[in-house]
Design a protein around this ligand. Structure first.
Ligand SMILES: Nc1ncnc2c1ncn2[C@@H]1O[C@H](COP(=O)(O)OP(=O)(O)O)[C@@H](O)[C@H]1O
Ligand SMILES: C[C@@](O)(CCOP(=O)(O)O)CC(=O)O
Length: 400
């Protein structure tokens, strides 16, 4: 296979925030872990002279001749602290490539791609072309980090495509430094998608595992982490991470003496979680996590980011003695329930059944899986049609 028809499968996990969402935006500690559910990206280099961006999860299929994807101004102008601050002229050019794309979720996905494309692009022959197709087994916009997982895949694809990092980065002795590079650009894409991200989600999706994170500092792998049985419930109530994060910020501005102590309490919940894992006693850990889950949810409720659907999940699970909190931005989206080892399978099934009767989707998935990964595909193997049609188990078996 030549360099020009190289095909690569990239994947990155979603994440679940155990403790500290929202507070982490304001420099409080958060604890999160990667999920078994992932986003997959198929990258094909070809000689069509065109760039195709195929994002079926958000109903996008755009193709541009690469000769037309060129900026009128020096691309150094893209080098700002936040992508929102790029010159108006570039924003207008991005708009002109957007076609009929009008929905906010679609626009942000395409804009994050265009932004990274221009930041990372290097000179290539006129015939150079490529197709990017993505498919996620994560629910999109539900609090499980689909945007960071997507951002990590796009960042990796463009870094590999333009030869900033080698395809075998996961086997390289410079792996850590390559992952840092992927993470830096994934964060930029996250900024395009949801405004003021803390950087927690992209760190989990890129590095995988379980970690604690404070904005502006390097994440710390969670000492003594043991995978937990979690039940994730997607209420399917749509919400905007942007708006919810901005709402908490506005409350903090207006009622600093009320909100700051809440954020400090959440910080202490995350600290306590780290200590509980470190101490290693499984019995105590289960009890503490349940308490912390309950308290963290109530504090998030006070910040105004719960929703009646999430409260309903709490009521249903509580009937079985199972503790639940919202996870991610809240306002709908997903809840996480801690399933203690002494809760039997029949009970868990019954809880899941009751939740399904309300129209919610339940996921049982492992925590702490591998971070972003890329493999070169052979001539005979999987193409993008396969990617778009494969079932979840088949996809997961190729994630490595
Ligand atoms: N598979 C995907 N394909 C294209 N865009 C995606 C995909 N997953 C996520 N996104 C982008 O991320 C946005 C969802 O981000 P967000 O609201 O933060 O939800 P989540 O909690 O799932 O990360 C989508 O509206 C879309 O712009
Ligand atoms: C609310 C927040 O803490 C997590 C948002 O997670 P999600 O986008 O709902 O998956 C924001 C952030 O950390 O950037």
């Amino acid at each position: 296979m030549t360099q020009t028809d190289r095909r690569v499968l990239i994947s990155a996990p979603g994440k679940v925030i155990l403790f500290g969402e929202h507070a982490v935006v304001h420099k409080k500690l958060a604890v999160a872990a990667s999920l078994g559910l992932r986003t997959y990206l198929h990258l094909e280099e070809n000689e069509t002279g065109q760039c195709r961006l195929h994002l079926p999860d958000v109903d996008i299929d755009l193709t541009w001749p690469l000769s037309e994807l060129s900026l009128n101004v020096d691309r150094k102008a893209l080098d700002t602290d936040h992508p929102d601050n790029i010159p108006e002229e570039i924003k207008q050019q991005f708009e002109s490539w957007m076609g009929v794309t009008t929905k906010e979720n679609q626009r942000r996905a395409v804009l994050s791609f265009l932004y990274l494309f221009f930041v990372l692009k290097t000179d290539k022959p006129a015939s150079f072309g490529f197709t990017i197709s993505t498919r996620s087994t994560l629910p999109v916009g539900a609090g499980l980090g689909s945007s960071a997982s997507f951002a990590s895949c796009i960042s990796t694809a463009l870094l590999v495509l333009f030869n900033h990092i080698p395809i075998g980065f996961t086997q390289s002795e410079k792996k850590e430094s390559y992952l840092d590079t992927i993470n830096r650009f994934a964060y930029k894409a996250e900024q395009v998608i949801h405004g003021n991200p803390s950087g927690l989600d992209n760190s989990v999706c890129v590095f995988g595992g379980a970690l604690s994170f404070r904005r502006g500092e390097r994440f710390v792998p969670l000492e003594g982490f043991q995978s937990l049985q979690l039940l994730l419930t997607n209420t399917k109530v749509p919400r905007s991470t942007n708006a919810l994060v901005a709402g908490v910020g506005a409350k903090k501005e207006k009622y600093p003496n009320v909100i700051n102590p809440i954020l400090d309490s959440i910080d202490n919940i995350s600290l306590r979680c780290c200590e509980a894992f470190k101490s290693g006693s499984k019995e105590d850990l289960a009890q503490e996590l349940e308490d912390l889950v309950d308290m963290n949810h109530c504090l998030l409720h006070a910040l105004g980011v719960s929703h009646s659907s999430l409260e309903k999940v709490r009521v249903i699970t509580e009937e079985f003695g199972v503790k639940t909190k919202l996870t991610g931005a809240g306002g709908g989206g997903c809840a996480l329930s801690v399933i203690r080892d002494d809760v039997n399978v029949e009970t868990t099934n019954l809880v899941a059944k009751k939740l399904a009767e309300e129209g919610y989707d339940c996921y049982r998935t492992l925590l702490g899986g591998t971070g972003v990964n890329a493999v070169v595909l052979g001539d005979d193997s999987l193409d993008q049609t396969w990617l778009l049609n494969a079932d979840r188990e088949t996809l997961e078996s190729h994630a490595i």
